[in-house]
Design a protein around this ligand. Structure first.
Ligand SMILES: Nc1nc2c(ncn2[C@@H]2O[C@H](COP(=O)(O)OP(=O)(O)OP(=O)(O)O)[C@@H](O)[C@H]2O)c(=O)[nH]1
Ligand SMILES: [Mg+2]
Length: 330
């Protein structure tokens, strides 16, 4: 196996393995080719990737560039996980994305400003979380493509305008619309899992904007009384930097992802580019993320961080913690 494959490359490779449609496969392969370190050791792999790409492009009757014709709702995940913002018109979805990322998103006082979903990367310490701003939903309609985007996401941020006296109707209306499409919004700490009938349990955090407006306080209290069992609510004034920093952390926590640093034998771990795994992942899950071969041939592992002492030898079922350093021996 060629050396020096980056975590970003591994993630693209993972996306390739998980891709169902040839469009997604093509997009992931293009990304792998772009991210592949170019040196002698990767010549064969490079040629192999190019061969697979041209086969996919021609094999399914796809024209070159077809990946670009994907629906705008089809956004390949990147970074630690996708957090999709949904809400009624003017709820403040774009204002949140504008405050937490460097993407130029349009924020305006009139409704239906956002027309297509827009991904933007939110830095959190050394991690990157993919926020996706979306066009508004209404109580009458939730676009099926938006539902599909949500069903693929790691986290839903249900955005509510706290100064709006009808915000309870918004919560009930939106959750009911989604449930009708077998998508259940659940508390981000819930352990619920997807149903066998194809229903998806989606980790959700309620974000209340306009916390600076006078009417917000009373509405927030009411909301807390009525939905505290179902969801956590995070109030913000999107123009207050301290509120937005607290929200940044809350989003990271709700994502329920851990950062793991891979330590190659005899080398130092690169702490600038973590691998991301779901909270609760084990050493074996980490090995499988690096390569299926690693998982199959795993002999032992050493862990710095969650182990009893630095560099302790642990078993494959050892549960990793955020920011553990792991050395795999195969
Ligand atoms: N006072 C105050 N105004 C806010 C806050 N958050 C958003 N706004 C304003 O509310 C309006 C709507 O914000 P947007 O972020 O464009 O709302 P949106 O949910 O993206 O709206 P659509 O794209 O139409 O779905 C803008 O004028 C924002 O400046 C807040 O916390 N406080
Ligand atoms: Mg918007």
């Amino acid at each position: 196996m060629p050396a020096n494959l980056t975590p970003q490359y591994r993630e693209a490779e993972q996306r390739f393995r998980e891709a169902r449609s040839s469009e997604d496969k093509i997009a992931a392969l293009e990304e792998m080719i772009r991210l592949l370190p170019k040196h002698k050791g990767t010549d064969h792999l490079f040629a192999d990737l190019k061969r697979r790409l041209s086969k996919l492009r021609s094999g399914k009757g796809q024209k070159k560039g077809s990946a670009r014709q994907r629906s705008p709702y089809h956004i390949l995940p990147s970074g630690a996980g996708q957090a999709v913002l949904i809400g009624l018109p003017n709820a403040g979805k774009s204002a949140i994305v504008a405050a937490l990322t460097s993407k130029a998103v349009e924020v305006a006082p009139y409704p239906f400003t956002t027309r297509v979903p827009l991904p933007a990367m939110m830095p959190y310490e050394n991690a990157q979380v993919e926020l996706i701003d979306t066009p508004p939903v209404t109580l009458a309609e939730v676009d099926p493509e938006l539902v599909a985007l949500l069903r693929r996401a790691r986290l839903c941020l249900l955005v509510l305008d706290l100064s709006d006296d009808t915000l309870l109707e918004a919560v009930d209306g939106i959750t009911a619309r989604l449930e009708a499409r077998r998508t259940r919004l659940m508390h981000h700490c819930s352990e619920e899992v997807d149903g066998e009938d194809g229903s998806v349990a989606l980790r959700t955090l309620l974000v209340g904007t306009h916390a600076d407006v006078a009417a917000a306080r009373e509405n927030l209290e009411l909301l807390r009384e009525l939905v505290a069992e179902r969801f956590a609510i995070h109030p913000v004034n999107t123009l207050a930097p301290e509120d937005m920093e607290a929200l940044r952390k809350a989003i990271w926590e709700a994502l329920a992802v851990i950062r793991i640093y891979s330590q190659p034998h005899g080398k130092k771990a690169d702490r600038t580019s973590p691998f991301y795994l779901p909270r609760g992942a084990t050493v074996l899950d980490f090995a499988a993320r690096l390569h299926q071969d690693f998982a199959e041939n795993l002999k032992s592992a050493r862990v710095w961080g969650s182990a009893l002492y630095h560099g302790q030898h642990v078993k494959a079922d050892h549960r990793l913690q955020d920011e553990d350093v792991v050395e795999l021996n195969t």
